[in-house]
Design a protein around this ligand. Structure first.
Ligand code: ARG
Length: 557
């Protein structure tokens, strides 16, 4: 739609601006009284050295497009009112035809690597990792919808000094049988104990460093312990991914880069970037703390492994972009990482993007692993599913396939609660709020979708013909939202922000429910087919919005 209008504006401007630039400048007015689309003339005014208002009037006089009903000039803006019947017909026919492919970019745009979830081995999968997992998954879906091929990488935290601690702890207090029975829980216990004891006995940290060094040097016994911790943990993580319905293309974690680091360190050295500082080697960066590459004892660090990983990915996938979906608290790490790559002379450093997010709070407080005060994701999901189950038993006890629906609603509630917020906001966590059927929740959107689905089933009508005259004014705000869906998808990608889709889905559900409260969809009259086509289109877009977020849409609930 916008393309067609942008073309007409370009014509009115004698191609003074390209269609692309115009599309980029077109915006949504603050309220519907100002029109459906606005073109600001300020940039152009500077280029043409004319007043914005005179340019706007000029455009108004020359503009001709059958999608436009009326044009008004207000303070340097060209305000456009759509020709509602034409837009309605176009949007709805397009959705009927394309179904879930509505808004999908068809041309192939290359690879994008997404590094997300990336929990740490031998530690529980915390609510903190949930954010990376669900944001990363949604962002991957959005990236794909925008025409890219995605490579989903789980950069497991399976290497580092914590394994030195764990090996020492295991040798002192570990018991094989108990660990085999509940690996992550038991490993966490001895890890916590290590930190408590280390406060009393400062030789422990030294022992841990030695143990980690032995591991890096390939000590067989240490390696065997590490492998065991890793396998057992990964098995537990995989059951969580299965519950969430999330897949990865690669589980190449930090340890994967062990044999790939020496080349990177050598290149840094050859390029004269490696500086000795207190026995350690660092890369100095202007206006930032230096990036630590190797420690005094030669051991490598998180940053060294991330450097090797970046080079590996570049070479393996030649990506247009690499997204790192990792908490806000690691911002400095990524700034340093990207800067080091830039200093090495690689211009693709600009294609690396940290996608940070805020914390999950419980009663206003941060959750931490160190002292064992954590909320386990698996427990939260179970609780959400149980709550969904109780709701079903209460409201719709005869529902078929109750177990599965409860699962989809419970998991969907947890995912949506996370994704509806701006990424960078800390989010508060309450099962009760996230399950509210009338609130700003996943279940609210799922419920709206299910309602439309059963309505369409009842109607049993499959010729979807559309006419705006038959729908009436009350449908217009909904149609406008449907028209915006493709634009929302590209915005969500540009901003690397799934909340754009979540907020959109809430708006669409809310506007539709308003319409539904005022219109009898199923009444048999000459407008019925149009109303059903309209409902069908809303259902298609709601379902696709949920799918992009990684949430299922049950047909009944
Ligand atoms: N394992 C890390 C953590 O839990 C996150 C890793 C993120 N990805 C990366 N390439 N650094 O803090």
């Amino acid at each position: 739609m916008n393309t067609q209008i942008a073309k007409s504006i370009a014509m009115a401007l004698n191609n003074e601006l390209s269609v692309n630039d115009i599309q980029y400048l077109l915006e949504k007015p603050k309220n519907l009284d100002l029109g459906d689309l606005a073109f600001p003339c300020f940039t152009l005014a500077k280029i043409l050295r004319k007043s914005p208002t005179s340019i706007a009037s000029d455009i108004k006089n020359k503009l001709s497009c059958d999608l436009i009903q009326e044009v008004q000039v207000v303070g340097g803006y060209v305000n456009i009112f759509y020709h509602q019947p034409t837009i309605t017909h176009q949007v709805l026919s397009q959705i009927v035809k394309e179904k879930n492919l509505y808004g999908t970019q068809q041309e192939s745009k290359g690879n994008v690597v997404l590094d997300f979830s990336s929990p740490n081995i031998a530690k529980p999968f915390s609510m903190g990792h949930l954010r990376s997992t669900v944001i990363g998954n949604a962002l991957a879906n959005i990236t794909k919808k925008n025409g890219y091929q995605t490579i989903r990488v789980n950069h497991l935290g399976d290497w580092g000094t914590q394994f030195g601690k764990l090996i020492v702890a295991y040798r002192k207090w570990g018991d094989q049988k108990t660990i085999e029975a509940a690996p992550i829980e038991e490993l966490l216990k001895i890890y916590v104990k290590f930190h408590e004891e280390a406060e009393l006995d400062d030789t422990l940290n030294e022992q841990a460093r030695t143990a980690f060094k032995a591991l890096e040097d390939g000590d067989e016994e240490a390696l065997a312990l590490w492998q065991w911790f890793r396998d057992a943990s990964l098995e537990e993580f995989k059951s969580i991914y299965q519950l969430l319905g999330i897949n990865f293309d690669s589980f190449a974690g930090e340890a994967y880069y062990n044999d790939k680091m020496p080349a990177v360190v050598k290149e840094l050295e050859e390029k004269g970037l490696l500086v000795q500082s207190d026995g350690a080697y660092v890369v100095e960066i202007a206006n930032m703390p230096p990036c630590l590459i190797t420690k005094t004892d030669g051991a490598t660090l998180y940053a060294t492994r991330d450097l090797a990983a970046a080079f590996y990915r570049k070479q393996q996938y030649d990506p247009e972009k690499i997204f790192y979906v990792v908490g806000n608290e690691q911002s400095l790490h990524f700034k340093q990482l990207f800067k080091v790559i830039e200093k090495m002379g690689y211009d693709w450093a600009k294609d690396l993007q940290h996608v940070p997010f805020g914390m999950i709070l419980k009663e206003g407080k941060k959750m931490s692993t160190r002292k064992g005060k954590i909320v386990l994701l698996a427990d939260v999901l179970k609780e959400a599913i149980a709550t969904a189950k109780r709701n079903i038993e209460e409201k719709n006890p005869n529902l078929e396939d109750k177990e599965n629906v409860a699962y989809q609603v419970g998991v969907g509630a947890v995912i949506f609660n996370d994704l509806k917020n701006d990424r960078l906001h800390d989010i508060e966590f309450s099962i009760e709020h996230m399950m509210n059927f009338e609130g700003e929740t996943g279940p609210y959107i799922q419920y709206t979708y299910a309602r439309i689905s059963s309505l369409l089933e009842k109607a049993n009508e499959h010729s979807y013909e559309v006419s705006f005259e038959a729908l009436g004014e009350q449908a217009w705000p909904v149609i406008l939202l449907l028209e915006q869906f493709p634009k929302i998808i590209s915005n969500a990608f540009e901003l690397a922000d799934p909340s754009q889709i979540a907020k959109y889905a809430l708006q669409l559900a809310r506007q539709f429910n308003k319409y539904y409260a005022q219109n009898k969809v199923l009444v048999v009259d000459s407008q019925r087919t149009s109303r059903l086509a309209f409902c069908h289109c809303v259902a298609v877009v709601l379902k696709e919005s949920l799918a992009l977020l990684g949430i299922a849409a049950p047909k009944k609930m």
